[in-house]
Design a binder for this molecule. Structure first.
Ligand SMILES: NC(=O)c1ccc[n+]([C@@H]2O[C@H](COP(=O)([O-])OP(=O)(O)OC[C@H]3O[C@@H](n4cnc5c(N)ncnc54)[C@H](OP(=O)(O)O)[C@@H]3O)[C@@H](O)[C@H]2O)c1
Length: 407
C-alpha cells in the first residue's frame, strides 16, 4: 500500500498478541508487601512470531522491554543504537522502516531527565521528543506497521489534577511549567497515535508510566530522577564513611561528576581525591521529605507494556482513551523512600532535609483502575523493587573498570 497519498487505504487492525479475557481482580496490595496475586501478566500471551523494533533499547525502559520480550519467547527483536540510527534524522528513519519490514514498534526512545534537566534544556526536550515521535510514528505507518506502543509519562496531566489522576483528566487544565515542553511533546505523541488510528485504522496506543526506577537507571546527579539520585548519594556517603576513596573515584568515573555540595557533605575533595577526616559524611536531600510519590520498578513497567500490546484494539476505541496509566496505584513519602534506600545501601550516618528548597507537588498518584480491570497489576513490592535497584547499582562497583554502561 502506498503511504504517499493522503487517501491511502485504511488498514485493518488486528491483534496477533492475544490476551486472555480479563480475570477477576483483587485489590492491589501495599507497595511495601509482596504481591501474591495469581495474575502473572502476559503469562498466557501467544508468543508472537513478529519482527518487533524497540526504539531506545539501551535505555532503562527499552532494555527492560527487550528482557521481557525475550523472556516470553520473542526471537525477532530489532534494535539500533543511537549511533546506528539517529531518530531525529527523518530520512534515515524512513529508510530503516522501508528496509526492515517491521511488524510492531515499541517507542521507548526519548530525551528524558529530571526537573533540573527539563528546566535547563526546554528547547531540546520539546524539539527532540516531537521529532523522534513524529519520525518513528509516521515512518512506521509509511511502511505498513500496524502496531505501535508509545511510551508517554504521567507529566501529561494538569498540574492541579485531582488525585489519583485518571486518564480522562488529560487536557482539562494547565500543565506544570517546569516540564511543560516535555509534557506537550508527550501529549502530541498520544494524539498522533490517536489520529493515525482514526484516519488509517492502525493500532497505535500509548502507556503513561508513573515514576520508574530499576536496572539501567540514570545515576548522573544533575539530571537523574529521585530514586537513582538517592541510591547514589547514600552509597557515596557510605563509601566516604568507610574511607573507600577508590570506590568513590570508580563511581565518579562510571556515573559522572559528584556536584560540589555533595562532595562537601560527604567530606570528599574531588581535586585531590581525598577524604577530610574531620567531616562526618551525611546525606542532604531536597525539601522536607513530605511529598508523596508513586514509583514502579521498570521490570513491572516492561511487563505492563507487553500486556498492553496484547490487548484488543476495542479497549482503546469507542469512547475509551487511547492510552492507559501504568503504576502501582499507591504512593509513599520521599522521607520513607529515603529511609528504605538508606537501610538497603547500608549507610549508618545522618540524613538531613532542607526545607528551604522546594518540595514540588504534595502528591502525584496515578489512578490505575483501568489497567487493573483489564487484568494487569505489578508483581514486585516497592521494597523488593528497591532492593533489586540498589543491588544492581552496588554490584557495578565490583565489576571491571567502571566504564559507563552506555558507551
Ligand atoms: N524513567 C522514568 O521514570 C520514566 C517515567 C515515565 C515515562 N518514561 C518514558 O519511558 C521512555 C523511556 O525512558 P527511559 O527512562 O528508558 O529513558 P533513557 O534511559 O534515557 O532511554 C532513552 C533512550 O532513547 C535513546 N535516544 C534518545 N534520543 C535518541 C535519538 N535521537 N536517536 C536514537 N535514540 C535516542 C537513548 O539513547 P542514548 O542514551 O544513546 O542517547 C536511550 O537509549 C521515555 O519515553 C520516557 O518518557 C520514563
Amino acid at each position: 500500500m502506498s503511504k504517499n497519498s493522503p487517501n491511502a487505504k485504511p488498514q485493518t487492525p488486528h491483534s496477533s498478541l492475544q490476551t486472555p479475557p480479563p480475570s477477576p481482580q483483587t485489590p492491589n496490595s501495599s507497595p511495601l508487601t509482596p504481591n501474591t496475586s495469581p495474575l502473572t501478566p502476559n503469562a498466557s500471551l501467544q508468543i508472537p512470531d513478529e519482527k518487533i523494533y524497540i526504539a531506545g533499547h539501551r535505555g532503562m525502559v527499552g532494555s527492560a522491554i527487550v528482557r521481557r520480550l525475550k523472556k516470553i519467547g520473542c526471537t525477532n527483536i530489532v534494535t539500533r543504537t543511537h549511533k546506528e540510527l539517529d531518530l531525529l534524522d527523518q530520512e534515515a528513519v524512513f529508510s530503516f522502516f522501508r528496509k526492515e519490514k517491521i511488524d510492531r514498534v515499541v517507542l521507548a526512545a526519548a530525551r528524558v531527565g529530571g526537573i533540573h534537566a527539563n528546566n535547563s534544556y526546554p528547547a531540546e526536550f520539546i524539539y527532540q521528543n516531537l521529532m523522534i515521535q513524529a519520525n518513528v510514528i509516521h515512518g512506521a505507518w509509511r511502511s505498513d506497521v500496524e502496531h505501535l506502543l508509545f511510551l508517554g509519562s504521567s507529566c501529561i496531566y494538569p498540574k492541579f489534577a485531582p488525585q489519583p489522576m485518571k486518564e480522562e483528566y488529560l487536557l482539562t487544565d494547565v500543565l506544570e511549567p517546569t516540564n511543560e515542553p516535555y509534557a506537550i511533546a508527550k501529549i502530541a505523541g498520544i494524539k498522533m497515535c490517536e489520529s493515525y488510528n482514526r484516519q488509517y485504522g492502525t493500532c497505535y496506543r500509548s502507556v503513561m508510566p508513573t515514576n520508574l526506577f530499576g536496572p539501567g537507571d540514570n545515576y548522573h546527579l544533575e539530571n537523574s530522577h529521585v530514586i537513582p539520585a538517592m541510591i547514589r548519594k547514600f552509597y557515596l556517603a557510605k563509601m566516604a564513611m568507610e574511607g573507600d576513596v577508590e570506590g568513590i573515584v570508580l563511581d565518579e568515573k562510571r556515573y559522572g561528576p559528584i556536584p560540589p555540595d555533595i562532595c562537601e557533605s560527604m567530606g570528599y575533595r574531588a581535586d585531590t581525591k581525598t577524604l577530610e577526616s574531620k567531616v562526618i559524611p551525611r546525606v542532604r536531600l531536597w525539601g522536607t521529605g513530605s511529598p508523596r510519590r508513586e514509583f514502579l520498578h521498570v521490570d513491572d513497567m516492561a511487563a505492563a507494556s507487553v500486556f498492553v500490546m496484547g490487548l484488543e484494539q476495542s479497549h482503546f476505541e469507542n469512547g475509551n482513551p487511547s492510552f492507559l496509566n501504568v503504576g502501582t496505584g499507591e504512593d509513599i513519602t520521599i522521607r520513607e523512600t529515603a529511609e528504605i534506600i538508606c537501610r538497603l545501601v547500608g549507610f549508618r550516618g545522618e540524613t538531613v532535609y532542607n526545607p528551604d528548597q522546594p518540595d514540588g507537588t504534595p502528591r502525584k498518584l496515578m489512578d490505575t483502575g483501568r489497567i487493573n480491570s483489564l487484568g494487569w497489576r505489578p508483581s514486585l513490592s516497592f521494597e523488593e523493587g528497591l532492593k533489586d535497584a540498589c543491588s544492581w547499582y552496588m554490584d557495578r562497583h565490583f565489576t571491571n573498570s567502571g566504564e559507563s554502561e552506555k558507551e
